[in-house]
Write a protein of this length. Structure first.
Length: 129
């Protein structure tokens, strides 16, 4: 039941990152979608931390997918594009490692991978300021 609830939450997060939820004119809509995607990414990273800490490794798949989708939807400021793309690739690599660790059921490896996800996410956040 918990897995189903978490899957539904992840699905809801995916929809909020969708351009269909953007409002206003095209420029404002693009900005709104980028803001929503950044918010969704932040929420999914926090959710993953909670899941790993509470040893819910098998439930992380959909949340990692939601984080990846949100990451792909973020458009960085033009001046930060190169830095952002490097940080985004690093975060995606760490999310993949977390996915592998969680699928293996290894709690220690998952906790270590989560720390790397958090670090890569902080680097990504710095490129958006």
């Amino acid at each position: 039941m918990l897995h189903k609830s978490l899957s539904l939450l992840a699905l809801g997060l995916l929809f909020t990152a969708s351009p269909a939820f953007a409002q206003g004119n095209e420029h404002d809509g693009h900005h709104q979608t980028a803001v929503q995607s950044t918010t969704t990414l932040d929420q999914t990273i926090q959710q993953l931390e909670t899941m790993i800490a509470s040893k819910q490794l098998k439930s992380t798949h959909d949340v990692i997918t939601a984080a990846t989708t949100a990451l792909e939807a973020i458009t960085p400021p033009a001046a930060q594009k190169e830095r952002f793309e490097g940080a985004a690739m690093q975060l995606q690599t760490q999310l993949n490692a977390l996915h592998t660790a969680a699928d293996s059921g290894n709690q220690t490896l998952s906790e270590s991978a989560m720390k790397k996800v958090r670090g890569a996410y902080k680097l990504l956040q710095a490129t958006l300021k």
